[in-house]
Design a protein around this ligand. Structure first.
Ligand code: M6R
Length: 620
């Protein structure tokens, strides 16, 4: 949540910052701002609203230089006003900062600073940090009785950080050191792009793409001092750090819309490719198993595992539910799926024979990270299923599996979900083949998995049909999503997609649970989406459909091609290709993603930037 950028070098800083903020806008889009070094002061431009509005403001009142910082905000403390937008100035403008995270003790610090005479212009927790840095800078300068130099500024930052409780990624500019940016992190991500005679800073690598592929991921408790020709990094307790430069493998096309009107639609249509990427190189045909290289546990250790805990939030949690069914069916491993926000404060009995997996697209979700750290603290190996290479969770996990889905920019997760399910299928196959799953069964699963990119391509052919159905139902205000077994998590995910981008109330339930309460909601104004492909216990789900029809509830069904019985009962049917039960979440999710996309468009919602949300939830 919130995106930070910074630049120091030889380019026009406003252009670099504004472009970077556009790329980071998915992290928060309540307001945006930049602070730019001028000859004798720090100039700030900031606006409530989208980065485009900031760009307009900068066009009207240009600021130019080669050093600056910027921010796109997801509001935590204080409304979305110009004053609450970042950057914030400290003291009388001696320092400017941008901040991602939450300062938990801001209230008491604010009172102390007010008593000392500092005047606050915003309601944010961040302004406290800005004034505190200014205060320590003044204190240090008095002690040294000289003009502040880089070492003084650094000391002021260190003294400030010592007093903060909470999480932060911070970038700071100092009026007295116009050729310096200081950045620090604890809990919120920061990556440094290393160019020739220039450095970039950002919350994730997307603003760096096209400028440099050399990056340094700042670790927690590290502080970086950047000058046009030098980068120094130190750990707050252990001292100087030799930066490890890594290579980004993303290209500009990964983050461009191309011919698509929205990232969400682009990402839905990328799924044949993203699933192919998740599968690539991960089959051992000879042994009828999966190749999972990064777990960093021996086969012997994996064989002794007797329980799996999957922890995640939101869509990733839904993928975890599919994972539970897969791991129990293929590997006979008792599996629990825990909301990370709950797990972090619970104390469940996890033993050294429990495998804990964090599932996360971004690798930055605060609750998932905290749950993982909690398990780590107790000595359990922690593994991650993650998309973003170099993210905090990917780096802190003891091992894991990357999705290779490419950047997911739309706030509503689509391709990451199907890639997570694909990877969990591979994991279940792998652990299954170490246990009870036979060679022919393993071979069969591999064969089915290999067909998935093609099956998803086929599933996407429902696009026009879904558009028509969206047209028919877009004005309804309540929906039920119902499915059983592997399609129960699909129902939850379908409902979440509709809620988050169309702002329509939707509930996902196991179809049979409907009779225990939600059926009371059914009437002519409450359509039910049934995920009812052939196989498994389909006849039971068909009975549930009949029950809804008997109460005059409109029924939309996601069904297998040519299923006459479903066609007879449902008001509208969207067809998907025939696949085995455990792969149905992959094909059945496609029409639900497309439905929520089109309904959101028809209702005039901002599909890629839904209200109140942000892509990476880096606050608790
Ligand atoms: O990056 P993560 O997978 O950890 O994110 C978890 C959730 O915040 C995320 O899936 C959220 O629910 C999405 N907006 C759903 O579309």
């Amino acid at each position: 949540m919130c995106g930070i950028v910074g630049y120091i070098g030889f380019r026009s800083v406003s252009d670099v910052l504004l472009e970077g903020l556009h790329r980071l806008e998915y992290r928060g889009y309540d307001s945006a701002g930049i602070a730019v070094m001028q000859e004798d002061h720090i100039a700030v431009r900031k606006r409530a609203g989208r980065v485009n509005e900031l760009s307009q403001a900068v066009k009207l009142h240009p600021v130019e230089s080669k050093v600056g910082i910027g921010h796109t905000r997801w509001a935590t403390h204080g409304e979305t006003t110009d004053e609450n937008s970042h950057p914030h100035l400290g003291g009388n403008g001696e320092v400017a900062i941008v901040h991602n995270g939450v300062i938990e003790n801001y209230d008491s610090l604010r009172n102390q600073l007010m008593e000392m005479g500092y005047v606050f212009k915003s309601q944010t927790d961040t302004e406290v940090v800005a004034h505190l840095i200014a205060h320590h800078l003044a204190e240090q300068t008095r002690l040294d009785s000289e003009e502040p130099c880089v070492a003084t500024c650094l000391r002021a930052i260190e003294l400030t950080l010592d007093r903060l409780k909470g999480t932060f990624g911070i970038c700071a500019l100092f009026q007295s050191c116009p050729e310096t940016i200081i950045a620090a992190r604890s809990g919120s991500p920061l990556v440094i792009g290393v160019g020739k005679d220039e450095f970039f800073l950002a919350s994730d690598a997307s603003p760096l793409i096209g400028y440099t592929s050399d990056v340094v991921y700042l670790a927690d408790n590290e502080i970086a001092v950047l000058e046009p020709n030098s980068m120094k990094i130190a750990h707050r307790t252990t001292g100087s750090v030799q930066p490890s430069i890594q290579t980004l493998d993303q290209v500009s096309a990964d983050i461009e819309l191309g011919d698509f009107p929205h990232y969400m639609l682009k990402e839905i249509f990328e799924q044949p490719q993203s699933i192919a990427n998740a599968l690539r190189g991960r089959f051992d045909d000879g042994e009828g198993t999966a190749v999972i290289g990064g777990l960093n546990l021996t086969a012997q250790q994996l064989r002794t595992i007797d329980r799996v805990v999957l922890t995640a939030c939101g869509t990733s949690w839904h993928a975890g539910l599919v994972g539970e069914y897969l791991l129990e069916e293929f590997a006979r491993l008792p599996t629990e799926v825990e909301y990370a926000s709950e797990l972090r404060y619970r104390n469940p009995p996890i033993t050294d024979r429990t495998l804990v997996f964090s599932i996360t697209q971004s690798g930055e979700t605060a609750d998932t990270l905290a749950a993982m750290r909690e398990c780590k603290r107790k000595g359990h190996p922690t593994l991650a299923i993650c998309n973003v290479v170099g993210s905090t969770i990917a780096r802190e996990a003891d091992g894991g599996i990357y999705l290779h889905a490419g950047p997911e920019i739309g706030v509503a997760s689509t391709k990451a979900f199907t890639s997570q399910v694909t990877v969990l299928t591979l994991l279940a196959l792998y652990l299954g083949r170490m246990r009870h799953l036979s060679y022919p069964a393993g071979k069969r699963i591999i064969k089915q998995l290999k067909m998935m990119p093609e099956k998803i391509e086929e599933a996407l052919k429902c696009h026009e049909q879904v558009q028509e159905i969206a047209d028919k139902y877009s004005q309804f205000n309540n929906f039920l999503y119902l499915g059983r077994l592997y399609n129960f998590p699909v129902a939850l995910e379908g409902a979440l997609k509709l809620k988050e981008i169309s702002y329509i109330h939707a509930e996902g339930y196991p179809a049979a649970e409907m009779k225990h309460g939600p059926i009371a909601l059914v009437d002519e104004q409450t359509p039910s989406f049934f995920i009812v492909p052939r196989g498994g216990i389909q006849p039971k789900v068909i009975s549930n459909m009949e029950e809804v029809k008997a109460r005059k509830g409109p029924v939309i069904a996601v069904a297998t091609e040519g299923d006459r019985e479903v066609e007879r009962i449902a008001d509208d049917v969207i067809t998907v290709p025939d696949v085995e039960d455990y792969l149905q979440p992959l094909v059945c999710s496609i029409p639900l993603q497309l439905f929520s996309y089109h309904v959101a468009l028809l209702r005039g919602c901002n599909v890629d930037r839904p209200r109140n949300l942000a892509k990476s939830v880096t606050v608790e």
